[in-house]
Design a protein around this ligand. Structure first.
Ligand code: SAH
Ligand code: SF4
Ligand code: F3S
Length: 438
């Protein structure tokens, strides 16, 4: 008898990929994935610990399942991901409904853990095991929902930025063997995927076994580009210090590598960058972007920013605004610094008052939004190629992504789904572009 599994995913794209793999792993225990928690036999939350609010959300979400649990005492509740890793035992204490806690590096053990849960025991596993979990996971079998897919190629982080929990929740940097990744990519393409986004917490630090020695990310991308039927490759998230010459060159000479790059800089003040342990200066970032743009002039650049880092003065914040003006971002994500237990910055003096940080965030976001708007508006009149993913909100509409990752909708037939077609952009809307098929 199949049982129903509901998975809810928070946080980064790597969690999206993990959720898919966990659902497949639970297939061995007789579970089939469903789209709603009502009527499920098991609920699994795949969580994020990056900022305080993200972590707190999990406890309120668990609270919301209480009525479902009261109505069905056999309902199993599991917590996976980075909150599970960071505070697994506390979750069990704070929320006795939870049956299972599994970290990001041990979910290949889910079927075994479920045996314990089915016996009425609690199961908690947040090890950093020796073995490669991917080698112990079933091959993905679920039907693909669209023509795009994520593929985790690298996990963990050795950078230890002073604000960040990732090195603690995900563990040390590990790169998956290139030969396996090429196989996985071929499988995805055989199942209709046209675009693959290579994932890693520091994806451009990739250095995996290619059979004839160690490959960097650029080599992996170039080899993957040889797969017939795979049309587009992207990667995220990168660190400025790991943008090597070959990867920069690939942006110019690998036609399947899309002209979009998410390259977080976090701040524009050298003092703050140093305190963050980012290990580069603002000018080094600016120079790096110039080199990448020389290889690919139409590159659409995206970034992450933190305001209100401990010790950040108004003058430091002005340096961030200056950097943004100098570089020019097509898209950006900005956050108020959130103090995370166990990270070096949490212990530091000079914590910035919340209202001050909010004010800086507002000013930074105003500038970033202006740049985003201008980048989007400049697309009007241009020809782009769109990979169509799904029908739009209105009848007769189809939506997809341009090579620059802009959402584009056109009037067109359903058979466009999974196809790449040339489109002329005719209008810039709030969060999308309208185009006409050529
Ligand atoms: N590996 C990536 C970032 C992963 S986390 C990199 O180094 O660029 C995603 C983003 O969350 C970070 O880029 C940062 O901007 C933000 N972030 C991480 N920790 C944070 C914290 N403690 N407070 C606020 N934002 C944080
Ligand atoms: Fe976190 Fe990224 Fe820094 Fe690693 S490089 S510690 S993931 S912000
Ligand atoms: Fe969040 Fe963990 Fe990703 S903390 S951002 S889910 S690596």
């Amino acid at each position: 008898m199949t049982k129903k599994l509901y998975v809810k995913t928070y946080g980064c794209q790597m969690n999206v990929y993990d959720s898919e793999r966990m659902a497949e792993a639970l297939g061995a225990s007789g579970y089939e994935q469903v789209d709603a928690p009502e009527g499920a036999d098991m609920i699994l939350l795949n969580t994020c610990h990056i900022r305080e609010k993200a972590a707190e959300k999990i406890y309120s979400e668990l609270g919301r399942y209480k009525p479902l649990h009261d109505a069905n005492p056999d309902l199993k509740i599991g917590v996976a991901g980075c909150v599970a890793q960071a505070e697994g035992e506390e979750i069990m204490r704070r929320q006795p409904m939870v049956d299972l806690v599994v970290g990001p590096q041990t979910y290949h053990r889910l079927p075994k853990m479920m045996e314990a849960v089915d016996r009425g025991e609690k199961a908690l596993d947040t090890d950093f095991p020796e073995e490669d979990k991917f080698a112990h996971l079933p091959k993905l079998r679920q039907p693909r929902r669209g023509p795009t897919a994520f593929l985790t190629v690298q996990e963990g982080c050795d950078k230890f930025c002073s604000f960040c929990v990732v090195p603690y929740t995900r563990g040390a940097e590990v790169s998956r063997p290139a030969t396996r990744l090429l196989g996985e990519a071929r499988d995805l393409v055989d199942r209709g995927v046209r675009e693959i986004t290579l994932l890693g917490q520091n994806v451009n630090a990739y250095h995996g076994d290619g059979g004839d020695g160690e490959w960097g990310l650029a080599r992996l991308i170039r080899e993957m580009a040889k797969i017939d039927g795979l049309e587009r490759i992207r990667f995220t998230t990168s660190h400025p210090n790991d943008m090597d010459d070959d990867l920069i060159a690939a942006h110019g000479d690998c036609a399947k590598l899309m002209p979009y790059l998410h390259l977080p800089v976090q701040a524009g003040s050298d003092k703050v960058l140093k305190a963050m342990n980012r290990k580069h200066t603002a000018q080094q970032y600016i120079d790096l972007i110039s080199r990448i743009r020389a290889a690919r002039p139409d590159l659409h650049l995206s970034g992450d920013f933190i305001v209100g880092f401990p010790g950040e003065s108004e003058a430091d914040f002005q340096d961030t605004l200056e950097l943004v003006k100098t570089v020019g971002f097509g898209t950006a994500y900005s956050f108020k610094y959130s103090s995370r237990p166990g990270t070096p910055a949490a212990e530091r003096d000079g914590q910035v008052p919340a209202d001050e940080a909010s004010d800086r965030l507002q000013r930074l976001q105003a500038l970033l939004t202006e740049q985003q708007r201008a980048t989007q508006d400049a697309m009007v009149g241009r020809e782009v190629s769109v990979l169509f993913e799904k029908p739009g909100r209105q009848a007769g509409q189809m939506v997809g992504k341009s090579e620059y990752l802009h959402a584009v909708h056109v009037d067109g037939p359903d058979r466009l789904r999974g196809q790449i077609a040339p489109v002329r952009i005719v209008e810039s809307r709030t969060n999308s572009l309208r185009g006409a098929l050529l």
